[in-house]
Design a protein around this ligand. Structure first.
Ligand code: AMP
Ligand code: MG
Length: 468
């Protein structure tokens, strides 16, 4: 079996990338192949093909490896040139039912965008991306997917020597807010327009015939991103680096670096070692949503209206709609999590008032256990406020709530201590804990006891890292 590529980016967007081959892995070893995903893409691969093609050991026929250019605001400061510093887009595939996906290697060697980096990745962080993105997919949250992870047989240096790996990632595209910024910052407005046209054709084809396609495009990205962040919030997901280069125009979650799931609810939760100010803390993510989309809107201003003044006015009008749009999406997420049917004017305050009452309680299990006070109480350091809130919820939720709670709220999430155990074992050659955890998180509504429990006391403050 070969992969049939159709590389529209390389074909249609010259000047937005550099052609550069991945490094050949010296001794590749297949650690995981996502067979269900391969089947969904219409690919039947042998293990040997996956090992060689997804490690850079050899190139599949038709691949045209490129590194894409992009810029980005990182923690609020603009970096005019980032780009794929350790990734190679092999090309695009079209599924039997007509969906187009990128296949990209990550950790596959240096490119002209590498700056000081080594272009590599370690086994642990690549398997971590597998676990978190497979969970997102299992929860129907839009996400890039992990197709394979191959150990390269090469050691890399981080704080210590670690075994290297390459992740093969599948995405609706790797077009980012930061891609638009790269060209807007250089005054290459023709490229911004070409990117917008590509994005519309690829991700929002219905908008091509809109009266103002670029405005409709901005609206559509706002809509998808607001819905996405609302889903993250419902799961207690903290992305960790919501830089504009890590926000995908397709509306998929992308770039699983120092991300993690909050266990005990605390709105200021941060896991990333470098996020000292809490810019990307749990409760800040909806604000960063608006901030990042404002950066996208800035790049589109010249396309929105011939009059710059008018264009800015239009853009600002759309940006002011983000907060209410997000709030409505969040409320819809919370209604589901709370097992509420229909809509009631009191729902917003019911959801809002739960949060302070939940301080310190396990985010995931609280929702699953709401209808069972005996199981709920031990999750709380202080149950007083909950005691007052629960009767309001019971009155509103009514019959059948327990059933709805267990359909809406996962029993299993990739808990930090379980993820760490799995990655530590995998790094020293034992894939069994990773396999077991992956199976559990792929069936998140199944109560799989060892994977449901919060971290044991003594696990401590969890810290995650970028660029690993
Ligand atoms: P990230 O934090 O993964 O979104 O990456 C931000 C930027 O740093 C991107 O341009 C990456 O390509 C680049 N980068 C991250 N790690 C490495 C590495 N080990 N070598 C080269 N570039 C890297
Ligand atoms: Mg990134």
């Amino acid at each position: 079996m070969t992969i049939t590529f159709d590389n529209s980016w390389a074909r249609d967007l010259p000047g937005t990338y550099l052609r550069v081959p991945p490094d050949p892995a010296p001794a590749p070893r297949l650690l995981m192949l996502n067979r269900p995903l391969a089947a969904d893409l219409g690919l039947t691969l042998t293990d040997d093909q996956a090992r060689d093609w997804f490690s850079g050991a050899s190139l599949p026929p038709g691949a045209d490896p490129i590194a894409q250019a992009y810029a980005g605001h990182q923690f609020g400061g603009f970096s005019p040139q980032l780009g794929d510093g350790r990734a190679h887009l092999l090309g695009e595939v079209v599924t039997p039912d007509g969906r187009r996906f990128d296949i990209q290697l990550k950790g596959s060697g240096k490119t002209p965008f590498s700056r000081g980096g080594d272009g590599k990745a370690a086994i642990g962080p690549m398997l971590r991306e597998v676990l978190v993105s497979e969970f997102m997919a299992a929860m129907d949250v839009p996400t890039t997917r992990a197709l394979a992870v191959v150990a390269t047989g090469q050691e890399i240096w981080r704080e210590t020597k670690l075994p290297g790996a390459v992740l093969a990632r599948v995405a609706a595209s790797h077009l980012r807010v930061g891609t638009f910024q790269f060209f807007a910052a250089r005054g290459e407005q023709d490229k911004v327009k070409a990117l917008a046209d590509h994005a519309i054709a690829r991700h929002y084809p219905d908008l091509a015939s809109a009266e103002n396609p670029y405005l409709a495009f901005l609206d559509a990205v706002i809509t998808r991103q607001a819905a996405l962040i609302a889903r993250w919030m419902g799961l207690g997901f903290i992305h960790g680096v919501m830089n504009t280069d890590n926000m995908a125009i397709s509306g998929e979650t992308i770039d699983y670096g120092p991300c993690a799931f909050m266990e005990a609810y605390a709105p200021g939760t941060v896991f990333s070692s470098i996020d000292h100010q809490g810019r990307y803390a749990y409760a800040n993510q909806p604000l960063i949503l608006g901030w990042n989309l404002a950066r996208l809107a800035e790049t589109l201003v010249p396309l929105l209206d011939p009059s710059q003044e008018k264009a800015i006015e239009i853009a600002n009008d759309r940006l002011s709609g983000i907060a209410p749009r997000y709030r409505a999406d969040w409320l819809a997420v919370m209604r589901r999590k709370l097992g509420l049917l229909g809509e009631d004017p009191g729902d917003a305050s019911l959801a809002d008032d739960l949060l302070p009452a939940m301080q310190g309680a396990d985010w995931t299990l609280t929702f699953r256990r709401l209808a069972d006070v005996t199981a709920l109480r031990p999750l709380f350091p202080d149950f007083t406020a909950m005691e007052a809130w629960l009767p309001r919820w019971r009155a509103r939720a009514g019959d059948g709530a327990a059933e709805r709670l267990s359909q809406a709220n996962p029993a299993v999430i990739p808990r930090n201590h379980k993820v760490e155990d799995a990655l530590t074992a995998a790094t020293s050659g034992d894939m069994a804990p990773f396999q077991a955890l992956l199976s559990a998180i792929r069936a998140p509504f199944t109560e799989t006891e060892p994977y449901m429990l919060p971290a044991p006391t003594g696990f401590g403050q969890y810290v995650t890292y970028c660029g690993t």
